[in-house]
Design a protein around this ligand. Structure first.
Ligand SMILES: *Cc1c(COP(=O)(O)O)cnc(C)c1O
Length: 344
């Protein structure tokens, strides 16, 4: 297999990373006069731990993955951007995504001036592995997969993902932002077997922490070291690290949320399929439903008038006339079905 080192951009390979005051001294000390901080206003006067050791230990325990195989970022959007910048030479290299999928891969590639090749999912929203492998060339560095996929909601078949991991000579990034809603389907237990696999997860969805911006990347130590080398030195602020440590002690509450949201999702699917303007409700492993309708735009506009905002995905490949509806509290979900009831 091509080694990770060979896939890396030359300038990143040769980069001397910024070395912060907190990087250079790691022992126990009483007096910190090394970083030009203000000595007043504890604890916010101090720069945060650049490698977030305490928080990583907690995440390691939660995910059963060694801390050295974990990168923490300002949302998973940060590692998405960093990976493109680390491995893809602008104007030369390319990446592959499935279509439809999460929009940030395209935005990050465009910002970096990196070509993105879209390969359509099959009509049942699964991977066409032959088409993906055919779309690759020697300059294809990364394949972005997303499972459960946004906006389709389904999990990708594991066999197909493994086939890409075994046959593609670059890196496969598997975005598992919704994995907490699909128990037993994460590829995290397989991480060790594939040096070219990167798994992304986030605290933004099931964990209810979108506002503090905290995402995770799991990979070989070689890849984690590359991400650490090119990230902003203090990418996670003190408040985020504190709040995350606090909320990680709240695992039982999160489990209850997940149970409730999955039950609400199933209830919503049952109720919505009775409406005459609903054509199809796609199976979901996530905290949202993709729903094909007779007049998605009309329904969307009607709901906006009622103060209810959903996402119109009609312009997206394979999703014509489809709305993506996030599962809210039981009260919020009732408001939606009541508003739709007034339409018939
Ligand atoms: C919501 C979402 C994310 C989360 O991104 P953050 O930056 O961690 O908030 C990542 N990937 C997908 C596919 C998503 O839908």
């Amino acid at each position: 297999m091509t080694t990770i080192k060979n896939l890396l951009r030359k300038n990143i390979s040769n980069l001397h990373p910024y070395s912060s005051a907190r990087d250079e001294f790691t022992g126990e000390a009483m007096v910190f006069l090394d970083a030009n901080e203000n000595p007043f206003n504890e604890p916010y006067n101090r720069y945060p731990d650049p490698l977030q050791k305490k928080l990583k230990e907690k995440v390691a325990e939660l995910k059963n993955i060694p801390a050295e195989n974990i990168f923490l970022g300002n949302g998973s959007d940060e590692p998405i951007d960093l990976l493109i910048r680390a491995f893809c030479e602008p104007g030369t290299d390319n990446i592959i995504t499935i279509d439809p999928t999460y929009g940030m891969y395209q935005v990050a590639a465009d910002i970096s001036g990196v070509e993105l090749r879209k390969v359509a999912l099959t009509t049942d929203f699964q991977l066409d592995t032959d088409a993906i492998l055919q779309a690759t060339d020697t300059n294809t560095k990364l394949i972005f997969l997303c499972s459960p996929n946004n906006p389709t909601g389904n999990s990708l078949e594991k066999e197909a993902i493994l086939r890409l991991l075994n046959h593609f000579k670059g890196i496969v990034i598997l975005d598992e932002a919704y994995t907490d809603f699909a128990p037993g389907k994460s590829l995290l237990p397989d991480l060790e077997s594939f040096s070219n696999l990167i798994i992304l997860q986030t605290f933004s969805k099931a964990w209810g922490m979108a506002g503090i911006r905290l995402g995770m990347a799991f990979a070989s130590t070689e890849i984690i070291e590359i991400l650490n080398k090119i990230k902003y030195p203090y990418n996670l602020n003190v408040l985020t690290q504190q709040k995350a440590l606090e909320l990680l002690n709240n695992k039982e509450t999160v489990k209850e949320w997940i149970k409730l949201l999955i039950a609400e999702r199933e209830k919503m699917a049952e109720q919505l399929k009775e409406f005459p303007f609903v054509v199809k409700i796609y199976p979901s492993d996530a905290n949202f439903l993709l729903i094909k309708m007779h007049d998605a735009k009309g329904i969307y506009n009607y709901l906006v008038e009622k103060g209810i905002i959903v996402r119109d995905r009609s312009s997206v490949h394979l999703c014509d006339n489809s709305l993506r509806i996030t599962i809210g509290t039981p009260e919020e979900n009732n408001k939606l079905t009541e508003a739709l009831n007034e339409l018939i």
